[in-house]
Design a protein around this ligand. Structure first.
Ligand code: C5P
Length: 227
């Protein structure tokens, strides 16, 4: 059996998705960005008045959760894995500041996590997969073949995100981005439901000073050691 499951967890904006994408391409396996799924639920909640005045209408969200379908389609031209919410391409929208500011609160809800974890486990049932997120090695795939825990300093991570926002012409200061990174770290680490935690058998990858190639080499070497 050559099926392989790779779990990548870690803080926001530390390049998990970039590495996961490259790794999936190299190994010719499926890549799933679990954060995109929580972002979809958040976008849906924002667009349907489930989040308003700073609060979340949890009863309403629970009621409509079954109406939310999330899918990924690989775009051969751009080589991107695009996210679809109820059939609509939302890749750009889910990366915006509005969604980023509310996603940690939405993903702290137990009933949201339950549904997402079920969907994620289904995706890994038959195919080889690399999935990135916060609870992939601890909750979604506790028996993953390889678990990585990625980190980098909040400053380095905020710089990366800031550059992305700049490229998209979002009007935001570096301080605001840093604040968002710090706030999300805090919520992700301290929430009751599946807090962000390194799995006991996960390997730490601090990529603050590493190139993309060095990170890939590191992971492929670890994978070889295991199989
Ligand atoms: O990975 P990304 O930053 O896009 O994830 C957005 C948010 O979704 C995170 O800040 C976290 O609150 C939540 N998340 C989660 N569990 C996952 C993936 C993401 O709680 N497996």
């Amino acid at each position: 059996n050559s099926k392989v499951v790779i779990a990548i967890d870690g803080y926001s904006s530390c390049g998990k998705s970039t590495v996961a994408k490259d790794l999936a391409k190299l190994l010719n396996i499926i890549f799933i960005d679990s954060g995109a799924m929580y972002r979809c639920v958040t976008l849906y909640a924002l667009e349907n008045n489930i989040i308003k005045g700073g609060g979340i209408d949890e009863d309403l969200l629970q009621k409509v959760l079954s109406e939310i379908t999330i899918s990924f389609k690989f775009d051969a031209q751009t080589k991107a894995n695009d996210t679809y919410l109820n059939g609509k391409l939302v890749e750009d929208k889910i990366r915006g500041l509005d969604v980023s500011n509310h996603v940690s609160a939405i993903s702290a809800l137990g009933f949201v996590r339950k549904k997402m974890v079920e969907l994620q486990q289904k995706m890994g049932e038959t195919d080889s997969i690399v999935m990135d997120g916060r609870d992939i090695g601890t909750v979604v795939f506790p028996h993953a073949d390889l678990k990585l825990f990625m980190t980098a300093s909040p400053h380095i991570r905020a710089e990366r995100r800031f550059k992305e926002y700049k490229e998209k012409n979002e009007r935001i200061s570096f301080e605001e981005v840093l604040e968002n990174v710090r706030k999300r770290d805090h919520i992700d680490e301290t929430r009751k439901e599946s807090p962000l935690r390194k799995a006991a058998d996960a390997i730490v990858l601090d990529n603050g000073e590493m190139s993309k190639e060095e990170q890939l080499d590191f992971i492929v070497r670890e994978l070889r050691n295991r199989k």
